[in-house]
Design a protein around this ligand. Structure first.
Ligand SMILES: Nc1nc2c(ncn2[C@@H]2O[C@H](COP(=O)(O)OP(=O)(O)OP(=O)(O)O)[C@@H](O)[C@H]2O)c(=O)[nH]1
Ligand SMILES: [Mg+2]
Length: 300
């Protein structure tokens, strides 16, 4: 149990450009897959929490959609709004970038960090990709001159490198306070939500480059009966042609997506899974706030 006089609790948000590895880092820190990841940009769409309790301290991590410019649909506006919103009112902000890559979009995002935040840690991810480590120091020095970071920590979220020093840095900055969650709780989302995300992840990894940005997954039913979880889910796309691609010839793509999702869900849910997928067209949903709202996007 936590001794209240020693306990620390705080919100720690992960903010950065799309694809820098925020969700991979969150999963690594809470030692569980609670946020989906992919090599394609714009994977995370919702704000979600990951909780880590260690000794007397509890960090409540907030994963956010990656910030991205140039796309003007309601879905993109929504994702950027969630990303910017997670910069305020937190105790520690992890500003995540990719090693040796710092472009105008990173720069623009840096200027949006509220001036009143006490702790902003620069997390330089993907250092495993750097062959010539001597290039890292000048890169760090350049960034240190741009902003008054509380700390700068190079890591590899994927290869689990230097994560412990990042954690120590974060935990040392948490304010005193009672814990908000039980110490064994790792996420605040439901199995139903995670299920829809796992299905979406399999769509992202198994379909071409454009379709993933036009897909949304809704769980129609989710029931545990005789040790089998029966799940019906609908994949919404924007056009009939996209529906054809998602289904594939003779149902080939949908079958691959369904099998990959089922195998992962059986591990997560620790039951057998019966998964049925449907594909429907919801014309123009990515640019229609009313439709997005009925599809589970919290537009506030
Ligand atoms: N080599 C290497 N790849 C990484 C590392 N961390 C993440 N990746 C890869 O980078 C890609 C993007 O990772 P995500 O965790 O989905 O990135 P994200 O910042 O959450 O992306 P959005 O949700 O789109 O904002 C995936 O293919 C990851 O496997 C790392 O430390 N090293
Ligand atoms: Mg993500």
């Amino acid at each position: 149990m936590t001794k209240s006089k020693d306990s620390r609790t705080g919100y720690v948000s992960l903010v950065g450009k799309t694809n820098v590895g925020k969700s991979t880092l969150l999963n690594q820190m809470v030692e569980q897959k609670i946020s989906i990841t992919s090599r394609k940009p714009q994977t995370t769409r919702h704000r979600l929490l990951g909780i880590k309790t260690k000794d007397y301290a509890q960090a409540i991590f907030i994963d956010t959609p990656g910030f991205h410019q140039g796309q003007k649909r309601a879905l993109n506006r929504y994702m950027n709004k969630v990303a910017i919103g997670a910069m305020s009112g937190v105790d520690v902000l992890l500003y995540v970038i990719e090693a040796l890559k710092f472009d105008q979009e990173d720069e623009r995002l840096l200027t949006q960090i509220p001036a009143n935040l006490e702790h902003v840690i620069l997390v330089i991810n993907k250092v495993d990709r750097i062959l010539d480590k001597d290039r890292l120091l000048p890169f760090i020095e350049k960034l240190a001159s741009k902003f008054n970071f509380s700390d700068i920590v190079p890591i590899s979220a994927l290869k689990d490198q230097n994560i412990e020093s990042l954690e120590s840095s974060i935990f040392s900055k948490l304010p005193m306070g009672e814990h908000s969650y039980p110490e064994d709780q790792v996420a605040d989302t439901t199995e139903r939500f995670l299920t829809s995300e796992v299905i979406r992840e399999k769509c992202i990894t198994r379909l071409g480059d454009e379709i993933p940005y036009r897909i949304s997954v809704m769980i129609d039913s989710f029931n545990l009966k005789n040790k089998v979880t029966h799940i019906d889910a609908t994949l919404f796309v924007e056009k009939k042609s996209q529906k054809g691609i998602v289904i594939g010839q003779g149902g080939k793509h949908l079958k691959l997506i369904g099998t990959a999702a089922r195998l992962e869900l059986e591990e997560i849910l620790k039951t057998k899974v019966m998964l049925r997928l449907w594909v429907k067209v919801k014309s123009g949903w990515t640019d229609n706030e009313a439709m997005m709202s009925t599809m589970g996007y919290d537009l506030g």
